[in-house]
Write a protein that binds this ligand. Structure first.
Ligand code: SF4
Length: 213
């Protein structure tokens, strides 16, 4: 089982070339597949699309260092899925609580747009990550592509479980699937996703995964 790709994973040539460009331009950045953050014993798995070039690709921790992370980590802290302080750095001491965060595509794609083939090529790492989470109760997909990749990962039919903001599917066997518009700067600036809308998604998650203790 391989929940994490190797640092020089060669499987997506376009992403490898992009990674090499950034390694040359910014040698102090992470510039590699971004590993899952949090324990695989968690009950919640947040699945994003792919690292942002100046966010997770720079810092090496999902959603850390760009706008999407500000909203995501603030909300995780508010709902008890994290403790500490989020300071947009991987060494800020923030700890996830019963939650883990990963991406459908582990390497940064040009213009934030992985191809269909790249999404499929990286899917085995998501499959193995999900398979390695024995207590997984809820998967939160951020954006349609992440949602569709999760559906494919679980061998489910996309038409039976279409993406929608705050859509929730409770399966007979396996984790509940909750989806949300991606918490990107674009979506929040345009009003497609507001903070109350994002919090409503986490309320739906908490209803399925009560806080422990
Ligand atoms: S996106 Fe995934 S499969 Fe493709 S090179 Fe990166 S780690 Fe490997």
């Amino acid at each position: 089982m391989a929940t994490e790709p190797e640092r020089d994973c060669p499987l997506c040539p376009r992403l490898v070339a992009f990674r090499e460009t950034w390694r040359a331009a910014e040698p102090t950045w992470h510039n590699a597949p971004v590993p899952t953050f949090g324990s695989l014993d968690a009950g919640l798995l947040v699945v994003g699309l792919a690292p942002g070039v100046r966010g997770a690709n720079r810092t090496g921790r999902p959603f850390t260092g760009d706008y999407a992370g500000d909203l995501l980590y603030r909300t995780l802290l508010d709902f008890g899925f994290a403790t500490g302080t989020y300071d947009a750095r991987p060494d800020d001491g923030l700890t996830l609580v019963d939650a883990a965060i990963t991406n459908a595509v582990r390497c940064v794609p040009p213009e934030n747009k992985p191809t269909t083939v790249e999404i499929k090529t990286c899917r085995p790492f998501l499959i193995d990550t999900i398979a390695a989470m024995p207590n997984l109760a809820v998967i939160l997909s951020l954006g349609r592509i992440a949602h569709d990749s999760v559906i494919a990962t679980l061998g489910l039919k996309r038409s039976a479980m279409p993406f929608g903001h705050a859509a929730a599917y409770d399966l007979d066997a396996g984790p509940a699937l909750v989806s949300s518009y991606h918490c990107s700067r674009y979506n929040t600036n345009t009003g497609r996703l507001t903070e109350p809308m994002f919090r409503a998604v986490f309320e739906a998650i908490r209803a399925r995964l009560p806080a422990q203790g």
